[in-house]
Design a protein around this ligand. Sequence first.
Ligand SMILES: Cc1cc2nc3c(=O)[nH]c(=O)nc-3n(C[C@H](O)[C@H](O)[C@H](O)COP(=O)(O)OP(=O)(O)OC[C@H]3O[C@@H](n4cnc5c(N)ncnc54)[C@H](O)[C@@H]3O)c2cc1C
Ligand SMILES: NC(=O)c1ccc[n+]([C@@H]2O[C@H](COP(=O)([O-])OP(=O)(O)OC[C@H]3O[C@@H](n4cnc5c(N)ncnc54)[C@H](OP(=O)(O)O)[C@@H]3O)[C@@H](O)[C@H]2O)c1
Length: 388
Amino acid sequence: MSAPQRCAAVVVGSGPAGLAVMGNLLERQLSGKIAWIDPSFQGGRVNRKYREVPSNTKVGLFQAYATAVQPFRSVIDSTPAPNPFTTMAKLDQDKTCHLHHAADMMRALTDGVVKMEQVYACRGMVTAANQAANTGSWTVRIHRSDSQDDVEIITPQLILCTGSSPTFLPMPETASPLQRLDLDMALKPSDLAAFLPRDMPLTIGVVGASHSAILVLLNLVDLARSSHPQLRVKWFTRHGMRYAEYKDGWILRDNTGLKGLAADFARTQLEDAMLPTSEAGQFITKIDCGGGQETAQYQKHLPSCSYLVQAVGYTRDPLPSLSVDGAELTPEFDHDSGNFKNAQGHLIPGLHGAGVAFPERVVDPYGNVEYAVGFFKFMKFLRRVVRY
Ligand SMILES: Cc1cc2nc3c(=O)[nH]c(=O)nc-3n(C[C@H](O)[C@H](O)[C@H](O)COP(=O)(O)OP(=O)(O)OC[C@H]3O[C@@H](n4cnc5c(N)ncnc54)[C@H](O)[C@@H]3O)c2cc1C
Ligand SMILES: NC(=O)c1ccc[n+]([C@@H]2O[C@H](COP(=O)([O-])OP(=O)(O)OC[C@H]3O[C@@H](n4cnc5c(N)ncnc54)[C@H](OP(=O)(O)O)[C@@H]3O)[C@@H](O)[C@H]2O)c1
């Protein structure tokens, strides 16, 4: 392994959070290079998995993200038109859009940022980081994609933007065979249509009632009324649908409530008053799992299902192994400051987090606590906390 190089900061992950951290750090004009590590530099999960998903945020917020910091504005100004920024600018700013627009915008920003002189972009995975207690410096180990050799970087600041993936619960035990249907596939209509057989009766169970679950139901209904007429859905939900509500200057359930296309579909087709007569109701049977009935309802209804999609939230992706002077560290994220604490509750210097795995905690005017997940929310949080 070659001698470690020194950098002013190491940013792990190139999804919308990692990209936003890069924009903020470059704007601060730190002395020294900023290392940016990711296996692909392609815009993270939104580009990899969710290009066909309709956004639940307005186009204007993607624009606000893209223009929030000077380094991004420089990339936009130097990218020949037409480009993803000019495409985005032509869309209705008050409406939502498909996420391929946001993904292309991120990839264009990423392409510009990785070319900047102050950036050392390295394709690979950060596997470990050890902090020297006496200096506070991190030695970050990277397994490079294009070489067998690992590299090391020494830095005072390490920022984890490593993302999250769909939560996998154990599959319920059923009398007949039941296969898991991957949530990511269920959110991608083109893959879903190709994967599911068309010429046989097929029932799919869907668990959940938040954005992902409602979009999966929408995708399955679209198939059932077109290419897959024998497809039916059992929808297992333990609570009613919750909607974002637009108040005077703020949004109730801004992070947890249904918005956009998912909210429209839920209101007009899935609500109890609508389902018996709606088009979706021709294909979907709702199974109420509230009040602890889940297990009994699964036992009763899952035997008729061939597949089960669990749309029950997202779980942090595994972190690199972290240590201080070789002793394992289990960091706890502080959702107010963007920093981490150790098991004794003491600040870990030079370790920070952002993105869906490490979001800001917000409290609305009614006192409800939520975690702020979304492109512009990551950017807003970072504008406040990036002081390193
Ligand atoms: C279905 C869905 C739809 C969404 N729609 C919207 C929307 O409409 N509007 C909105 O604002 N937000 C939306 N979000 C929320 C949010 O913007 C996304 O979850 C976003 O992907 C989170 O960005 P991130 O950068 O935190 O993580 P990710 O996009 O997951 O990026 C993490 C990156 O880190 C890399 N990585 C992980 N570990 C390592 C390592 N050890 N070393 C190097 N690299 C590593 C990964 O390869 C990946 O590239 C949506 C989320 C989901 C799940
Ligand atoms: N662009 C889009 O439209 C879009 C699409 C998908 C996701 N997203 C974003 O991605 C993030 C995650 O969204 P998400 O919808 O996947 O998840 P989420 O908002 O984290 O909600 C998870 C849901 O799963 C339910 N749940 C958890 N465990 C369960 C169990 N064992 N059985 C039944 N239900 C269970 C929860 O119900 P309880 O409340 O009862 O625990 C909750 O309704 C959000 O930021 C969202 O905005 C956006």
